[in-house]
Write a protein that binds this ligand. Structure first.
Ligand SMILES: [Zn+2]
Length: 459
């Protein structure tokens, strides 16, 4: 029987990760992510699955980011009755991220109805509950049977909490085939998480290529950069707003602030985490110390908790969030990371006109977002439909990207060239994906494909 790989998402694109493996007539799905992007595209793409949900026998999930996991409840709603395999920490994050995704769908539906458009959310809370019951968590490196004759092993990808490279082993002896899916590849030396594991040998590789054509700037000492920016704000007597993604970035910034305070480099100051999702995500992270790097483990053993230390306060409700309007010094970390929604908008509205305040961007700001306009130095910006002049300072701090650049990816992938019969490049815009495919060939990979949507290959 011929086995196949077919690519149903993140093919010459970065979101909607879904890759289908057919082995001896059984169908296993790598990831089941949502398409993110302009509403006209994403609503349509996420309301329909490109395959029969009932025909899928199992899912193996690389990590909890919604562009990899967000369509799982849709899959379950449409009749998927198998198991979803992931790491224990990913399971913990799904319990937070999937209900949040259902909530966003419901809000979108309400908004579109008001505009006279019909939009049926792809799933609701009940579908999320049923989905979470199907999840099976494993430790890294543990071998788990997915279906008869098929096992899965997860290797640390160092990208976000719980993130994994997924190795499926099909059959045994001379008929054995090993298919490795990179998921999203992380970087060495990021705080809290361990560095990526060496990649295991494989016969077929599916690799991401987000930064397939780019290098990150040389890494300045992130803690030093933050130190300087906080000192500057303290000197001016203002407050610092940090828009940050709930998973990863929020905890990284908190980790650095905690270090600076405990090393006596900055004074103890109020630090508010003002986002319900960031609060929940931080609690999940704190509960999974088994995946921390040695430095963070040592820190915990010495009595310093990087997420809960003196001065840190997790804002509970809207009333408390509103009371922060009167806060004139200290730090507020809030979502969303690109200042497009969430409580951060209310705080920016308060600070934008005050020269003593600082908005510190710690993540990528896409074109067209408020975050990007602020960072680009626009003289005025619109917030909730009203125009405000920008008098506060806006600073950017790079270097916290959770994605490996092409050199870092090649360093990890190069040892696989010897055994790999075919590599598939996914999860990158078309140009970076094609460029990265060329680099893999130069690195000695015999056969490299950049699949287009729905393209099918025998393996
Ligand atoms: Zn990711």
């Amino acid at each position: 029987m011929t086995d196949y790989l077919q690519f149903f998402g993140a093919a010459r694109y970065v979101t909607g990760s879904k890759h289908l493996l057919e082995y001896e007539g059984k169908r296993i799905l790598f990831d089941c992510g949502m398409v993110q992007g302009p509403r006209q595209i994403s609503v349509k793409a996420n309301s329909k699955l490109p395959f029969e949900a009932k025909g899928i026998d199992a899912v193996v999930l690389s990590h909890a980011h919604v562009d990899h996991s967000g369509s799982l409840p849709r899959l379950v709603k449409c009749g998927f009755a198998g198991k979803i395999h992931c790491t224990d920490a990913t399971k913990g994050l799904l319990e937070v991220l999937l209900p949040d995704s259902a909530h966003i769908q419901a809000q979108d539906a309400k908004y579109l109805r008001k505009k006279g458009q019909q939009f049926e959310p792809p799933y609701d809370d009940e579908d999320v509950r049923k989905t979470l019951k199907r999840c099976r968590g494993s430790s890294y490196h543990e071998t788990t049977e997915v279906l008869p004759g098929v096992t899965v092993q997860f290797f640390d990808a160092g990208h976000i909490l719980g993130s994994a490279m997924v190795l499926l082993t099909l059959g045994e002896g001379s008929a054995r085939k090993r298919v490795l899916f990179s998921g999203d590849l992380g970087r060495k030396d990021l705080p809290i998480l361990r560095d990526p594991d060496p990649m295991p040998e494989c016969d077929y590789l599916i690799t991401e290529s987000t930064y397939g054509d780019r290098l990150h700037p040389p890494r300045a000492d992130l803690q030093d950069s933050l130190h300087r920016l906080i000192e500057e704000a303290n000197r001016d007597g203002g407050r610092v707003l940090i828009p940050a993604f709930s998973v990863g970035r929020t905890q990284n910034v908190l980790y650095f602030l905690g270090n600076l305070i405990s090393e006596g480099k900055i004074p103890e100051m109020p630090i508010y985490i003002d986002s319900p999702l960031s609060t929940k995500a931080t609690k999940v992270m704190a509960a999974h110390s088994e995946v921390f790097d040695e430095e963070t483990k040592a820190m915990l053993a010495s009595g310093h908790n990087p997420f809960f230390f003196d001065g840190v306060r997790y804002v509970a409700d809207v009333a408390e969030s509103m009371s922060l309007n009167s806060l004139r010094s200290g730090v507020i970390i809030s979502a969303s990371g690109m200042c497009e929604a969430g409580r951060i908008l209310h705080h920016i509205k308060q600070s934008v006109g005050r020269p003593e305040d600082c908005i510190l961007m710690v993540g990528y700001q896409a074109h067209g977002t408020l975050g990007r306009r602020l960072l680009d130095g626009f003289e005025s910006v619109k917030i909730f439909g009203k125009r405000y002049r920008v008098h506060c300072r806006v600073r950017g701090m790079g270097g916290l990207s959770a994605h490996a650049d092409y050199q870092e990816m090649l360093r990890m992938l190069r040892p696989l060239a010897k055994t790999c019969r075919k590599a598939f490049v996914v999860h990158g815009e078309e140009d970076p994906a094609l460029i990265f495919a060329g680099r893999l060939e130069e690195a000695g990979f015999r056969s490299v494909e950049v699949p287009v949507l729905k393209q099918k290959f025998s393996i």
